[in-house]
Design a protein around this ligand. Structure first.
Ligand code: BGC
Length: 773
């Protein structure tokens, strides 16, 4: 959150932008009598709109280009043509025609060098030779598909997410893509919502950490390098709060909650330098995001100082008609333009914007942002920079990319139960393994829902990975689907049971098919679909040692699954190397150390249920359900809490120590983590703080740091958490971030249920005093 006159982590960036802009303004207005200096020009929301607009349009070369553009060419630059243009289908002649007449500034969902090159050739035949920018949803991979983003979040390893984004950018950029619509940084507190697969879960701190990692991964060191993509932080704002978990439906959400919970990942993406932003489809407080000037101007542009491009979501400008705040297409266009939505994806409304003094200024500003993006990507310098067929061939599906995807599949896994210590597997005496369940032989689902060019034939399904790897050990693998993944059908369960009975070990791969998750795939019941629960019951009733592996895209309700599965693993939709990654964790080649980035409720009736909700005036009291915040027919607690996940070894955590001196920020807390078991394993110490009393009701506790650590048996590692004053700030009643001195409870442990360690008194200048609980 940026506030003028206060040091925040963002202040440095803003200052740099101000300096840069001041200098470029000085250049643009070279006729100014007194050259402006950095100190002379005041930016941000205090600056008059004219200066703010100039700030957005301060590149002299681009200004010159803008001057030469006709109205039609300008509107063309604001138009993104949308059509799925990958694979064998021919490019529509209409598209070439429109590119050739300068009516299109960007094409969506197009990739492959040869195809992009043909379009770029066409664009360069136009009068002003403005290159196209090719956009594509590279969400968790291009051809090398990584695990779905919620799995990456479950790794509690932001470096892994950064690496996945880096590789995805390298691969997609080699295939002609310039711009990805990722990362999706929407906070998600409702597992019914299908799009929870795309984000980092329910916590604003986690969301911010992963947003930063992914933006940096996609954008690399310099956007103009041929292996980087422009990132897009989406979907601003409060998209994940859709009522009932219904994608696109209204979010009823207070400004305080927006700022406290939903904005931090966006702010982190801004801080990391994301050059584009996409608003959300739904409405909040009477205003759809694409016409929400509070969101897109007051907050995004003025408070956060975002200088980049805002692209609409797919057809969302036209949807302002359905939202009934516009009666005509042109009115919808004017509303979006007025809210500073710069590029129109798919609605084709901006292409025919009416020319008025009001639109003229707004269109110029938007065009400058489009041109600026193209310039930053190096497209003016070399429009063919990303169009090298040799590079494409040498880059796509590189073996080292697959290796990284395999490791990522393993690192996202979360062990929910290991009651008989079956994992990692001991293969002694195992001759025959039964791999059972509808998700076992489903390579398509392993790729996840967001997958445009990933191919099932490139993908190692769970079954294939287990078959290949076990056969190398001389172990036979037999398979039965048991039942379909979605429909009710029990006719093949007996066959699966017989197979289990004739085997030494059973691996059940159950879960959600890919198309039960993702955009518009909301569910009202989030248990195992179809007849899978019955299959699980009957197979586990054989008494054979069994591992239940879940290939899912959201938190599921697992009460009975837990009961009948002594060994239970969340494996998500784990990408192109799913099967190999699964084998690695089952046999202990990779440690299982993931944690849940979202609460797993007991039942849908508890939703929304998230760990950092507020305390009530009537908090729960064990054994006293009435007149307390509780349910009459269900415990209040979740089945598995945020941050939960078992390790395959035992770990000891020392009592934390404050290691920073009193009266100094940041506060530093240290713990020693020791692997007390007999095998190498991973564990994730997590720091939770809770502000005891303050002027705005605090969350029960808040994650403020975590670190995934790998340790050999008997070894220890010191983990230091560093907490700045701003990390403890909160949104006050005046909607501004504030810090209040007082007592904080500290809890460091292995999940959000960590027991409190001690209390600390903190004031403006830092740590003052420690007290036992
Ligand atoms: C989604 C966006 C996506 C866009 C383009 C929309 O339906 O909401 O997240 O970037 O399509 O594919």
């Amino acid at each position: 959150m940026v506030e003028r006159g206060r040091e925040t982590p963002f202040t440095g960036q803003l200052l740099n932008m101000r300096l840069k802009n001041a200098l470029s303004i000085a250049l643009v207005s070279s006729l100014l009598i007194v050259p402006a200096t950095a100190q002379d020009v005041e930016w941000g929301s205090d600056a008059p709109p004219a200066i703010r607009n100039a700030y957005q349009t301060s590149d002299p070369e681009l200004q010159e280009l803008l001057k030469q553009m006709t109205w039609k060419e300008k509107c063309g630059q604001l138009t993104q043509y949308a059509g799925i243009l990958t694979g064998p289908q021919p490019i529509k002649p209409e598209l070439f025609e429109r590119i050739g007449t300068g009516e299109i500034g960007s094409v969506l969902s197009v990739s492959e060098v040869e195809r992009c090159r043909r379009m770029q050739d066409e664009a360069l035949k136009t009068r002003l030779k403005i290159p196209l920018v090719f956009a594509f949803d590279v969400i968790h991979g291009y051809r090398t598909i990584f695990p779905i983003p919620i799995s990456e979040a479950a790794s509690f390893d932001p470096e892994l997410a950064a690496e996945a984004a880096r590789i995805s950018a390298t691969e997609a950029a080699a295939a002609g893509v310039n711009w990805t619509f990722a990362p999706m940084v929407d906070l998600a507190r409702d597992p019914r919502w299908g799009r929870v697969i795309e984000g980092a879960g329910e916590d604003p701190y986690m969301g911010a950490v992963f947003a930063e990692a992914r933006v940096k991964g996609f954008q690399g060191e310099d956007l103009a390098l041929p292996d980087t993509l422009a990132a897009c932080a989406k979907h601003l704002g409060g998209y994940g709060a859709a009522e009932g978990g219904r994608d696109y439906d209204t979010s009823e959400i207070s400004e305080m909650t927006l700022r406290e919970a939903y904005f931090p990942p966006f702010e982190a993406a801004m801080e990391a330098g994301a050059v584009t932003v996409m608003p959300s489809f739904q409405e909040t407080a009477g205003r759809p995001s694409h016409a929400n000037t509070y969101l897109l101007e007051d907050v995004l542009r003025d408070e956060w100082g975002f200088p980049g491009l805002v692209v609409s979501d797919y057809g969302a400008i036209e949807e302002l008609l359905n939202h009934r705040i516009a009666g005509e297409r042109s009115d919808a266009g004017m509303l979006a333009l007025d809210a500073q939505v710069d590029m129109d994806m798919m609605s084709d409304i901006y292409r025919k914007l009416p020319r008025t003094p009001q639109t003229e200024e707004a269109v110029d500003r938007a065009v400058m942002r489009v041109l600026k993006l193209k310039k930053e990507l190096g497209l003016f310098e070399d429009p063919y920079r990303y169009l090298d067929a040799e590079r494409e061939k040498a880059t796509v599906l590189k073996p080292e990319f697959r290796k990284a995807a395999r490791r990522a599949a393993a690192r996202g896994a979360v062990l929910l139960e290991n009651r008989d210590s079956v994992l990692p597997l001991s293969l002694e005496g195992v001759k025959r393994v039964a791999v059972i369940g509808p998700l076992a032989d489903d390579a398509r689902s392993a790729l996840g829902e967001w997958n445009l060019v990933g191919r099932a034939e490139d993908t190692i399904s769970p079954l294939q990975g287990l078959e290949e790897n076990f056969s190398e050990q001389g172990i036979e693998v037999v398979h039965a689907q048991g039942c379909p993944s979605w429909e009710e059908d029990t006719s093949k369960i007996d066959e699966a049971v017989a197979l289990a009975e004739g085997s030494d070990l059973v691996i059940l791969v159950l879960g959600e098919p890919y198309d039960a998750t993702g955009e518009s795939r909301n569910r009202t019941r989030i248990g195992l679909p179809g007849s899978q629960l019955e299959l699980l019951r009957k197979v586990t009733a054989t008494g054979k040692p069994a591992v239940t592996v879940l290939a899912n895209g959201r938190p599921l309700t697992l009460e009975e699954v837990k009961e009948v599965s002594p060994t239970l693993l969340v494996f998500w939709h784990a990408g192109i190397e799913a099967g190999n990654g699964l084998y690695d964790i089952l046999v202990g080649r990779e440690a299982i150390g993931g944690k849940l980035p979202m609460t797993f409720p007991r039942n849908v009736g508890q939703v929304p249920l998230y760990y950092n909700r507020k305390t009530s005036g009537r908090p729960p009291v064990p054994g006293q359900e009435k007149y307390r915040v509780d349910y009459h027919d269900s415990p209040l607690t979740p089945l598995y809490e945020f941050g939960y996940g078992l390790s395959t070894s035992t770990f000891d955590l020392s009592t934390p120590k404050v290691v920073s001196p009193p009266g100094v920020w940041p506060l530093k807390l240290q713990v020693t983590l020791t692997n007390t078991g007999d095998r190498a394993a991973d564990q994730v110490p997590q720091l939770y703080l809770s502000d005891e009393v303050r002027s705005v009701t605090p969350p029960r506790k808040e994650l403020k740091g975590f670190k995934r650590v790998s340790l050999d048996p008997g070894k220890s590692r010191i983990v230091t958490f560093s907490v700045g004053r701003d990390d403890l700030s909160f949104v006050g009643l005046d909607m501004k971030r504030t810090f209040e001195p007082g007592w904080y409870t500290v809890a460091i442990g292995f999940s959000s249920s960590a027991e409190p360690n001690f209390r600390l008194r903190l004031n403006e200048s830092g740590f003052q005093e420690r007290a036992e609980i």
